[in-house]
Write a new protein. Structure first.
Ligand code: ACO
Length: 332
């Protein structure tokens, strides 16, 4: 039997054009550019504006661009997974809406929720369908419209998040490239520190939940920071040790963009230089499921076939994980 690996054969990203800068936040809440920049590394973030526009707008733009770029016919796509915490609606899945918008008719599509680790979880899930030779062209989208669940009067959370996302095409290869290994974790006890209090089946929306502002991100920054900084670094080092990779073997670290200090700590633990770390938090903030594909998209021209890439993320749940990826193609 042939053994297949799942290779990323194309990537595209998209962010809306409206921008919220730290200076804008200085007028909205009691904060300063200096505080935001020094504590998080963020200068500005993109915001999707417009009545009725949800995460599917971001996903649709990313997927349309990806199909064009990779010369893929929509009808040839046989699966689409959208990682998001901000679906357009409770149902149907945002993945279904994106598929419909892009003319993807022969795929089965669904959403996956693992908060900021969503793109990693979705990549691993999709890779299994490729490896088992049941599916040939899978699109994995990571996208979020975080502005829809952020309380713009809460200075502790509103400065952190932005909107955006990206999409990758996964295809089978018999070469030793693509997704080589992964380590994924979940710890549901972390829920108390990072969640949205209402809007789900446990506490459906009501006037009371709206008055209590329970439809926004609730985050206890410090405990989440402690878990994130330890676990993201641990899991990035773990994938290296498991595969006998040294820092010299690693071409790139692609870390979730939640906080510059977490990114730097992870790179330090891995023993790699800052120049090898994809960092765009300064311009996009934390786009949750969008951060990793946005990084890969922006760095795509610098990636070479065979580059060893470690992706690492930590998010609500808690969820966290790392992937060892061998890049599958040279720049066009
Ligand atoms: N401007 C000015 N002051 C602020 C602001 C702000 N925007 N926000 C908080 N402060 C104040 C606090 O009120 C506090 O003041 P006090 O000392 O008088 O009480 C002080 O700054 C320090 O607050 P901390 O919360 O201790 O600040 P910290 O250095 O921890 O930074 C942050 C906060 C950026 C949220 C950090 O804790 C963090 O990055 N946490 C992890 C985020 C993360 O990784 N999340 C997971 C992914 S998100 C997802 O899954 C959806």
């Amino acid at each position: 039997m042939r053994r297949y690996k799942a290779a990323i054969t194309g990537i595209h990203g998209w962010v809306p054009e409206d921008i919220l800068t730290n200076a804008d936040f200085e007028k909205m809440v009691d904060t300063t550019d200096e505080w935001i920049l020094s504590r998080t590394g963020i200068r500005e973030r993109h915001i999707l504006k417009g009545e009725g526009k949800g995460t599917s707008v971001i996903g649709t733009e990313a997927v349309k661009g990806l199909l064009l770029k990779t010369q893929t016919k929509p009808e040839d796509v046989d699966m689409l997974i959208c990682a998001t915490v901000t679906p357009d609606m409770m149902f149907p899945a945002t993945a279904n809406i994106i598929s419909h918008n892009c003319g993807i008719k022969n795929a089965f599509s669904y959403d996956l929720n693992a908060a900021c680790s969503g793109f990693l979880y979705a990549l691993v899930t999709a890779s299994k369908f490729i490896e088992s030779d049941t599916h040939k062209k899978i699109i994995v989208v990571g996208a979020d419209k975080m502005s829809s669940i952020v309380d713009y009067t809460d200075r502790q959370t509103c400065v952190l998040f932005g909107d955006g996302g990206g999409a990758v095409l996964l295809e089978p290869t018999t070469e030793e490239i693509g997704l080589i290994d992964s380590i994924m974790h979940t710890d549901g006890s972390g829920m108390i520190h990072l969640h949205m209090k209402a809007g789900g089946s446990a506490k459906p929306p009501s006037h009371a939940t709206i008055d209590a502002k329970e439809h926004f991100v609730y985050q206890e920054g410090q405990p989440v920071f402690k878990f994130a900084v330890t676990n993201m670094a641990d899991v990035a080092v773990a994938i290296m040790e498991k595969n006998q990779l040294t820092s010299k073997d690693i071409a790139w670290l692609v870390p979730h963009q939640a906080n510059m200090r977490i990114i730097e700590a992870t790179a330090r633990r891995m023993g790699i230089q800052k120049e090898q770390v994809m960092i765009n938090i300064e311009r996009y903030g934390n786009t949750t499921c969008g951060t990793l594909p946005l990084c890969l998209w922006e760095w795509e021209p610098q990636l070479r076939k065979g580059d060893n890439i470690v992706l690492a993320a930590f998010g609500g749940g808690f969820t966290w994980g790392s992937i060892w990826l061998k890049w599958a193609y040279d720049p066009a």
